[in-house]
Design a binder for this molecule. Structure first.
Ligand SMILES: [Zn+2]
Length: 345
């Protein structure tokens, strides 16, 4: 009896703190190279280490669209999955990433901004390379606009002008993919990860899934038009922190409750409903280049509020929150913010 209890107890206890499910983690890359801008590059050496870690953790690498749809429905979520994505159709995807991913049989998705390919921009693939990539088993091409524009309204831009501008940018990119690749993709990635609620509504009308650049796994509460991805360039993709990201869990809250990323004041406040049985003092939130942010608990509404003490500089910043899930794993949520008064890059 004692022996039986002894065996049962640690298991029983771990059930209390262990998540009963897991979620889809999407990695986001640009260049796999050493001679391209540091902020958007992953060295081939680090990329190989990352792929080795995924293999070591025995996490299946799955096709993006099917995995996203399953994660949003909460299907097949008894173990973690990872999907690999690249933005911007850079040449090193073809020359360096493709052979490494093919070797391992890992599927991946490339989001293509078509003007840069049409105009033969430096470091970009040609249409011939993209056609070869597109016909490679396991490779999917998605849309990333024609002109890689900032899609949130500009200061002083009329609603009519904004709508015309973003519709042209999004739809002409998709029609160019149709012309050159025969693509009928419904996958879309926001340039710079910038979106707002009005843009999301237009994407939803088109029946597209849309991916951002705010970190966090995809779960049943995620927003199909604001799907999180973990940036995996050199500065974010280091092996130690990557383990926690690969094994992270989506916050059990409805993403539709999250605020519009375009800020109304600086610093913006983030209010979150506290999930059942969660303790506010175990929730930790961090601001971009800022470190820990103050978390205030309101017992009467069972919500937490994150209000930093001073304004953030820069066009884009994030509040990242984590909550321990047991077994050295974390629930992970990132709220992106955009200050459109700051210059576009
Ligand atoms: Zn891009």
């Amino acid at each position: 009896m004692m022996r039986w209890l002894h065996r049962l107890l640690p298991y029983g206890l771990s059930l209390l703190v262990m998540p009963a499910h897991a979620d889809l983690v999407i990695l986001q890359y640009h260049h796999i190279a050493t001679d391209t801008p540091a902020s958007t590059s992953t060295t081939p050496a680090l990329f190989k280490e990352q792929l080795n870690l995924i293999a070591k953790l025995k996490i299946p690498v799955v096709p993006l669209e099917e995995a996203t749809r399953k994660a949003l429905k909460g299907e097949d979520n008894d173990k973690p999955y990872v999907a690999i994505t690249f933005d911007d159709a850079f040449e090193s995807i073809y020359t360096t990433a493709l052979p490494l991913l093919k070797q391992r049989g890992y599927p991946f998705t490339v989001f293509v901004n078509t003007d840069a390919v049409d105009h033969h921009h430096r470091h970009y693939m040609t249409w011939t390379q993209l056609q070869a990539l597109d016909s490679t088993q396991g490779v999917t091409i998605g849309g990333h606009t024609s002109d890689h524009a900032h899609l949130v309204p500009r200061p002083g831009e009329t609603a009519a002008h904004w709508k015309k501008r973003v519709v042209r940018s999004m739809d002409s990119g998709m029609s160019r993919l149709r012309e050159k690749l025969g693509s009928t993709t419904t996958l879309f990635a926001y340039p710079y990860g910038e979106y707002d609620k009005a843009l999301e509504a237009m994407i939803k009308q088109r029946g597209w899934l849309a991916y951002g650049q705010q970190s966090g796994p995809v779960g049943p509460g995620s927003d199909p038009q604001a799907i999180p991805r973990f940036p995996a360039a050199n500065s974010y993709g280091q092996i130690g922190p990557l383990r926690n990201k690969l094994l992270s869990l989506a916050f059990p809250i409805e993403a539709s409750l999250l605020p519009d990323p375009v800020i109304q004041r600086n610093p913006p406040s983030l209010q979150l409903p506290l999930p059942d049985h969660w303790k506010a003092d175990h929730l930790h939130c961090y601001g971009s280049l800022r470190g820990a942010l103050p978390v205030t608990f309101n017992a009467s509404t069972n919500t937490v509020e994150i209000t930093p003490s001073s304004a953030f500089s820069g066009r884009r910043f994030r509040y990242n929150c984590t909550y321990p899930a047991g077994d050295n794993r974390f629930f992970w949520l990132s709220q992106p913010w955009i200050n459109p008064e700051e210059k576009e890059d």
